[in-house]
Design a protein around this ligand. Structure first.
Ligand SMILES: Cc1ncc(COP(=O)(O)O)c(C=O)c1O
Length: 394
């Protein structure tokens, strides 16, 4: 029999699974091209050509034993050094290879970090709306997730509510900018205010509170300034992923960058390396580690996503749906006209539109539309959105 804990996780993940099954069912009836699947954040741009070149180079030129063998749990030394150097060049930071742990995507990195720092009952503060998997990741290590309520319409954190959520048990705060599901980017003022609140709490409780900055969308910003969170708060661990910036979601590659002046730096890095091993990853996949080290300045065409966002916003305007103007990532966060996000997604399904209710992101009354799809899908979905809007004006 499966565990009680797992039984609950399976039950709670059934909404997304049901959507996936529904998508397959609708595609079988109407044809895949007539089903507008906006449910998943799976990039539909190919990886930049630099990735294939780097993979080819590594396979043809590297010593096979080194390339395919076991390595340090934290990853290849030269890859970690290349990541550190690239971050220093871009953000004027002072990482070296000892600060970097290569991870199995952002999800692997988040789990490694939480495994490293959480004891049972420790609290992790998240700001709604947030990537729903955080709840599962925190539960993996018997932590307690503390949710700061959403702050519409800008969806920037309510700093007072945030500070009130910090307690003597707070081990970590997770932020995500650009944000999934809103596309909101935190500016300097927001990062400073969050940092000040955490500094005050550390002082008040005599504890260390780590900021885990979850940054899979760091490269996907639409011309706005995107400050680097680690510059604003000493106890920051940045979690990065190449899933979105290089369209490598299936390759499972990313890293944690631990600020060199973080509290308990040596223990933390050591624990992250051991967590990588004991969680069963052992190390991040070797070939793709080497390849991304050669592609640190490459990126997919962000303009493609921006244009998709503009096209979708035009449809929302025509339909009279309210939304958050995304500054990055590839999600449009849309308000359900009657406040019932699940009902809106159910209505949308009738018109072959697959959307995600934001209750799972801690934000009832809103839905997420992932626009990492083809421009043709967006154009073809227009009539379905118009029909959906009509359901609210009858
Ligand atoms: C905010 C956020 N964090 C983490 C992840 C996990 O990313 P990865 O594929 O790198 O594990 C995602 C994936 O969509 C995400 O949106």
């Amino acid at each position: 029999m499966i565990s009680e804990k797992m039984r609950n996780m399976v039950k709670n993940s059934s909404a997304i699974r049901a959507m996936f099954e529904e998508g397959k069912r609708l595609a079988a009836i109407y044809g895949a091209e007539n089903v507008y699947d906006f449910s998943l954040g799976n990039p539909n741009l190919p990886a930049p050509s630099e990735v294939a070149d780097a993979l080819k180079y590594e396979v043809e030129n590297c010593d096979a034993l080194t390339l395919h063998g076991y390595m340090s749990n934290a990853g290849f030394d030269d890859v970690r050094a290349a990541v550190a150097e690239n971050l220093n060049k871009r953000f004027a930071t002072s990482y070296d290879k000892s600060c970097i742990v290569m991870t199995v995507g952002a999800a692997g990195g988040l789990n490694v970090f939480l495994k490293a720092v959480l004891d049972a009952g420790d609290e992790v503060v998240v700001i709604a709306p947030f990537f729903g998997e955080y709840s599962n990741y925190v539960a993996n290590y018997d932590g307690r997730i503390v949710v700061v309520k959403p702050n519409p319409p800008e969806f920037l954190p309510d700093i007072q509510a945030f500070e009130n959520a910090l307690t003597a048990k707070t081990k970590a705060v997770i932020i995500n900018t650009p944000n999934n599901p809103t596309g909101v980017v935190y500016g300097e003022d927001t990062l400073k205010a969050l940092s000040d609140a955490m500094e005050r709490a550390q002082k008040k409780f005599g504890t260390s509170i780590y900021l885990l900055s979850d940054e899979p969308y760091r490269e996907l910003v639409y011309g706005v300034s995107q400050p680097y969170p680690a510059k604003y708060y000493r106890n920051t661990v940045s979690g990065y992923s190449f899933s979105k910036s290089l369209s490598l979601a299936g390759e499972r590659i990313g890293y944690l960058a631990v600020n060199p002046d973080c509290d308990d730096f040596d223990d933390l890095i050591g624990a992250c390396a051991v967590a990588t091993r004991v969680l069963g990853f052992v190390n991040a996949p070797s070939l793709i580690q080497r390849a991304v080290a050669k592609c640190l300045d490459a990126s997919v065409d962000v303009e493609f996503y921006r244009k998709n966002g503009e096209a979708l916003k035009a449809i929302m305007d025509e339909c009279g749906f309210e939304y958050v103007n995304p500054q990055g990532a590839f999600y449009l966060f849309v308000k359900s006209p009657d406040g019932d996000d699940a009902a809106m997604c159910a209505k949308a399904k009738k018109h072959r539109l697959l959307l995600v209710p934001a209750s799972g992101f801690g934000c009832k009354g809103w839905v997420r539309i992932a626009y990492c799809v083809s421009p043709e899908t967006i154009a073809a979905s227009r009539q379905s959105f118009i029909k959906l809007a009509k359901e609210y004006t009858r």
